[in-house]
Design a protein around this ligand. Structure first.
Ligand code: ADP
Ligand code: 2DT
Ligand code: MG
Length: 212
């Protein structure tokens, strides 16, 4: 019988406000790990491809009148519905690069003045990232990157509040990066740190204790 390898992949997360460069760096990391022959997958939240994801997409595009708590729970449910697949991928030895996660969930909802602890509670017990690259910059500077688009949260004042909440959520696993740096300079650091984390995680058990 084929015995499953105990080597697991790393859960690498990118967080930050809109236009901080998360998707750019996540894609770059995916391409270079893939080119190195490292088993890797790219994931993003919200995952708009699921049924719950369709509802979230509609909300973000239309400013759809939905209760703040109700939409918060949908974002969380969107992570829960993906948990077992993400777990299988990681246990299979594949590294998972994730673009936004529960920290965004809390930051955007708490910025609407919902209580921080209430915002965290539905995500308690999700998979815990091994490293969080927090791409940090002021909303004012982020807005200069072509200006914000049409989606619900893309307003400067709101983004500043979101950034303040992110600051409260920093943990030991967070690497705060100055998102104003060039794509190449940022990537140099991210690439190196990621390879180190992938090595370190290999023998460790998967963590399913987010905010426990
Ligand atoms: P996010 O996913 O955080 O919203 P993106 O990666 O989509 O951000 O980047 C937002 C915009 O800024 C894009 O037009 C992208 O090309 C540009 N960009 C990304 N990283 C940098 C950077 N380090 N310096 C300057 N512009 C950047
Ligand atoms: P993108 O622009 O990255 O597709 O994000 N958001 C995201 C929340 O409010 N709660 C969440 O749990 C997550 C994952 C951030 C779309 C918007 O959705 C917000 C921006
Ligand atoms: Mg993005």
């Amino acid at each position: 019988e084929k015995s499953k390898s105990s080597i697991r992949g790393a859960f690498i997360l990118f967080e930050g406000c809109d236009r901080a460069g998360k998707s750019t760096q996540a894609a770059k990391l995916f391409e270079s790990l893939d080119a190195l022959g490292v088993p890797v997958k790219l994931w993003k939240f919200p995952d708009r491809t699921t049924l719950i994801g369709h509802m979230i997409d509609k909300y973000l595009k239309s400013g759809h009148d939905l209760d703040d708590r109700a939409i918060h729970l949908l974002f969380s449910a969107n992570r829960w519905e993906c948990k077992s697949v993400m777990k299988d991928i990681l246990l299979d030895g594949t590294t998972l690069i994730v673009d936004r996660y529960a920290y965004s969930g809390v930051a955007y909802s708490a910025a609407k003045d919902l209580e921080l602890e209430w915002c965290k509670s539905p995500d308690i017990g999700l998979l815990t990232p091994d490293i969080v690259f927090f791409m940090d910059m002021k909303a004012e500077e982020a807005a200069k990157r072509g200006g914000f688009g049409e989606e619900l949260y893309e307003k400067k004042e709101f983004q500043e509040k979101v950034r303040d909440v992110f600051m409260l959520l920093k943990e030991r696993t967070w690497e705060t990066l100055d998102a104003r740096k060039s794509v190449t300079e940022l990537y140099e650091h991210i690439g190196k740190m990621s390879l180190k984390i992938i090595q370190e995680c290999k023998g460790l058990p998967l963590k399913e204790d987010l905010w426990k």
